[in-house]
Design a protein around this ligand. Structure first.
Ligand code: ATP
Ligand code: MG
Length: 552
């Protein structure tokens, strides 16, 4: 099981319910489940549900199942099953049982037969359009289907023939016989089974009728002995139906459904359907594109499981929907990496500097601590010689007031090295600055205790001869609009969501391998991209910039 980083015992209304059920002896062992449909990759919203379900049970010595709700073969695939398992494990959780709704298809069918025998379900020939018309509205009661009074005998026969594949898709459905005048539309004879001639990724062609979510889910929960079935708020109005199914299907246990608010975040979309659209239309480079709010995207970007778990705990569990500021997630990864990441120097937009009074051919190895806030991370030596790279924007020809970096005739401190003064600016034919000629002052060596004079600016550098070429990928939010309620999101894509730069890092970076995280001095946290990793040409993903105006 996961080691709990933050206290996970912050109370919330679901925890309180669980505790009351235990105290009152209504349950002896708490069993929760995380029930994804394998029709896409998991996103950060799912992470909220995963953390809630696993931690809730874990904290009271209970169990959690990972259950695939694979009742819709048309949209589901083993690729998604495998990705989901990997994501849950990566987040730090291990399930007590791995379950598939499709393992219960026989049991579900038996329950459907049982409902028919009890006169509580019937086969209906209306198509979905006709059914909608007869369903009524919130203010108008529904009307009975003309097929509602078929005999038990006829219904049993038709259901069996539906199962045998005698009818095409959509020709018939099995419906619960509840109440067409119920104020709750979900109770107006909901569909329990539909005909879908499709090959299922596990049961193959054994079935051509598949259960609807509202019928399948309570049965799955009850078969597994789930005590607290937690889902998102949209299902609140489905709860009476959930209870109706459990009650009439003679289930071995009595689960209860509880609803909480789904996570929404600014400047992104949060539904597998919309995320799949981004992938299918080539807006992003796959489900694990670092701009995606998927678990795999966040992992590739450089987020840590700890940061996601801490975020999920902080946002808590509420009963009303709201939108969380995306920068809150950034806050948690910054906090997590602060003491863990090696602090090193990278030049994203290189400008060459020649130190004209530095001896040709000489190289000095200067001391540099690996993390100024965590001494245990030790130190390393960095190269310094006559030619170095600095950032293009650390030099300005016509600086605004209070610009403390390099300008012609002024002095700055090079991190871990010396003061340099800019003497001459070299330009190309187009008038662009291509090189600086500077002098250094040997007296000012870092750590030498020099107090002769002060400079206001400190900039970073990488030695030209000891520079490792690297690619940097900088990200901005995928969507320009904060709030994405509609289906228009494809028109709000941020054209600047990805910027690719080619520059340098220090040669011989410690631990250079996929997913290693570094803090590049003055830039932010970066993580080594795992795709087609090449130590000679590493690609670094910006996880998060160093600073944000966001306060927790
Ligand atoms: P999506 O619309 O993204 O496909 P879903 O609810 O259809 O979401 P499922 O695979 O059915 O996806 O969800 C598995 C579990 O994750 C469910 O219990 C669901 O309530 C929960 N979940 C899904 N999205 C969120 C979210 N944004 N915030 C919190 N929990 C979520
Ligand atoms: Mg779904």
């Amino acid at each position: 099981m996961v080691t709990l980083d933050h206290a996970s015992t912050t109370s919330n209304f679901i925890r309180n319910i669980v505790q009351e059920d235990l105290d009152a002896g209504r349950v002896t062992e708490v069993i929760t489940r995380f029930p994804p449909e394998p029709n896409g990759y998991l996103h950060i919203g799912h992470a909220k549900s995963i953390c809630l379900n696993f931690e809730l049970a874990h904290d009271v010595g209970g169990k959690t199942h990972l259950r695939f709700d694979d009742t819709n073969p048309v949209k589901e695939d083993v690729e998604y099953v495998q990705a989901i398992e990997g994501d849950v494990r990566w987040l730090g959780f291990s399930w007590d049982d791995l379950c598939f709704a499709s393992d219960y298809f026989d049991e579900m069918y038996r329950r459907a037969v049982l409902l028919v025998q009890k006169g509580l379900a019937y086969v209906c020939d209306l198509n979905s359009q006709e059914m909608r018309e007869l369903r009524g509205t919130l203010t108008v009661p529904g009307q009975d289907s003309p097929y509602r009074n078929r005999t038990v005998h006829e219904n049993l026969d038709l259901l069996e023939r539906m199962k045998q594949g005698e009818f095409p898709d959509g020709a018939k459905v099995l419906r619960a016989k509840i109440d067409m005048a119920s104020p709750n539309l979900n109770l107006r004879d909901p569909v329990l089974y539909r005909i879908t001639h499709a090959t299922h990724h596990r049961t193959k062609d054994a079935w051509c009728i598949y259960p609807m979510y509202d019928f399948a889910h309570p049965i799955e929960d009850a078969i597994e002995g789930v005590t607290h079935s937690i889902c998102t708020l949209e299902f609140e109005d489905h709860r009476p139906l959930y209870d109706w199914i459990v009650e009439h299907c003679e289930m071995p246990s009595r689960p209860h459904q509880y609803e909480f608010a789904r996570l929404n975040m600014t400047n992104t979309v949060m539904s597998k359907r919309k995320l799949k659209q981004l992938v299918d239309e080539g807006v992003v480079d796959g489900w694990d594109d670092p701009r995606m709010p998927t678990i795999s995207g966040l992992r590739r970007r450089g987020y840590t499981p700890e940061s996601i778990r801490n975020f999920a705990r902080e946002i808590g569990v509420a009963k009303s929907n709201s939108i969380v500021d995306g920068r809150m997630l950034e806050y948690f990864v910054r906090e997590d990496l602060k003491l863990k990441a090696l602090r090193t120097m990278a030049i994203l937009r290189p400008l060459k500097v020649v130190i004209t009074n530095y001896e040709e051919g000489k190289v000095e190895w200067l001391d540099a601590e690996n993390n100024a806030e965590n001494e245990a991370m030790g130190s390393r030596k960095i190269a310094f010689s006559r030619e170095i790279y600095i950032e293009q924007d650390d030099f300005m020809e016509n600086p605004p007031p209070k610009y403390f970096r390099l300008t012609q005739g002024t002095e700055v401190r090079l991190k871990h090295a010396y003061f340099i003064r800019c003497e001459e600016v070299i330009k190309n034919d187009m008038g662009e600055v291509v090189e600086l000629h500077c002098t250094y002052d040997p007296e000012t060596k870092s750590g030498s205790g020099f107090t002769g004079r002060k400079v206001k600016g400190t900039i970073h550098f990488v030695d030209v001869q000891h520079a490792q070429p690297a690619e940097f990928r900088l990200y901005e939010p995928l969507l320009l609009d904060e709030d994405q309620k509609d289906d228009e999101f494809l028109r709000h894509i941020n054209p600047r969501s990805l910027e690719v730069l080619r520059g340098y890092v220090e040669e011989g970076l410690q631990d250079l391998q996929p997913y290693t995280k570094y803090q590049f001095f003055r830039h932010g946290y970066f993580s080594v991209d795992p795709q087609r990793f090449d130590a000679l040409h590493p690609v670094f993903n910006l996880v998060v910039p160093l600073k944000s105006s966001y306060q927790l």
